[in-house]
Write a protein that binds this ligand. Structure first.
Ligand SMILES: [Fe+2]
Length: 308
């Protein structure tokens, strides 16, 4: 089986169990139980060395994500901004999502924003100190702007909390299929998950988003997952098998030994093929310019050279 080919796409055919089993064994044998196993030391984010790049790519191939730590990019926000982009670019992430809250450099600052502020970020959960439930990024995006990869870089951590949990969507697929292949059929239905239309503060309407949880590219075999565990303003297909599948997925996300837990410190970050993630609540530093700050960029490309 050649990775990144039509042949690999056979993994997701429910009638091709031999291809699936081969891939499944490989995925599980490479799946870590400790986030430190996918953490790579980087000397210069502007120009990671060949060995550093190879480590990042290896983890992204095996687990769809890598964590990095760079000592030289700790506290200087303007420099970290430039370097974060250069780093993503190095891994083939060029097409940035045009997000309404991004700055001209294509990054979105994830920090606490006063709810009364007029900023576009005000009032949305990511820009508070509250927990964020499991999701993949851009689950409300239309197919044309599906988020295939993203990176988050920590400039300043919170004194307490703000921990991320991470889970490879390919492992979610495996757990669901092993439990009941009908769960995969249910979550691959074109009307499985609906996010209703939403009117933004500026009056612009974000269109309703209807689609499956799992899709895969027929030619490359790459899997994409669209998921949110939010409970409000969301409609799941109203049948028993979908409810069971979603319930089982929640159980996996709460219990699986391959769910990785990590608190990013200054100069650390994640680069990934849009893996499942959440965030715990945190206590912020309320001094001016000292609050928790992560920079995020989302991409319409997958990390170059990675396949499931
Ligand atoms: Fe996210």
């Amino acid at each position: 089986m050649k990775p990144g080919t039509k042949e690999q796409a056979a993994i997701y055919r429910l009638d091709k169990t031999d291809v699936y089993q081969h891939w499944r064994e490989l995925k599980l044998s490479n799946a870590p139980t400790d986030a430190n196993h996918i953490r790579v030391e980087i000397q210069d984010m502007n120009a990671p060395s060949q060995a550093e790049s190879a480590q990042i790519l290896k983890h992204c191939c095996h687990n769809n994500m890598a964590l990095y730590h760079c000592n030289t990019d700790n506290h200087d926000e303007p420099t970290a901004r430039i370097k974060a982009h250069a780093f993503a670019d190095h891994f083939g992430l060029h097409r940035v999502e045009q997000h309404r809250s991004m700055t001209p450099d294509g990054l979105v600052s994830i920090e606490v924003v006063n709810e009364d502020s007029t900023q576009s970020r005000a009032g949305f959960i990511p820009y508070t100190d509250k927990p964020i439930s499991w999701h993949t990024d851009g689950y409300y995006n239309p197919t044309a702007t599906r988020i295939k990869a993203m990176m988050m870089h920590c400039v300043r951590p919170a004194p307490q909390g703000g921990i991320n949990e991470l889970f490879d969507p390919a492992l979610a697929y495996i757990r669901l299929r092993d439990e009941n292949p009908d769960y995969i059929s249910a979550l691959s239905h074109r009307r499985t998950l609906t996010i209703p239309a939403f009117v933004e503060k500026d009056g612009v309407t974000r269109a309703q988003s209807v689609g499956p949880v799992f899709t895969w590219d027929r030619y490359t075999g790459n899997l994409h997952m669209r998921f949110t565990d939010r409970k409000r303003n969301i409609e799941w297909c109203k049948d028993d098998i979908t409810a069971e599948a979603v319930g089982f997925l929640r159980h996996v996300l709460e219990n699986d030994k391959h769910v990785l837990k990590y608190k990013m410190n200054a100069g650390e970050g994640i680069i990934c093929n849009n893996v499942l993630h959440n965030r715990s609540a945190f206590e912020d530093n309320n001094q001016q310019g000292a609050g928790r700050l992560l920079m995020r960029a989302r991409y319409l490309d997958r990390i170059e050279g990675t396949c499931d």
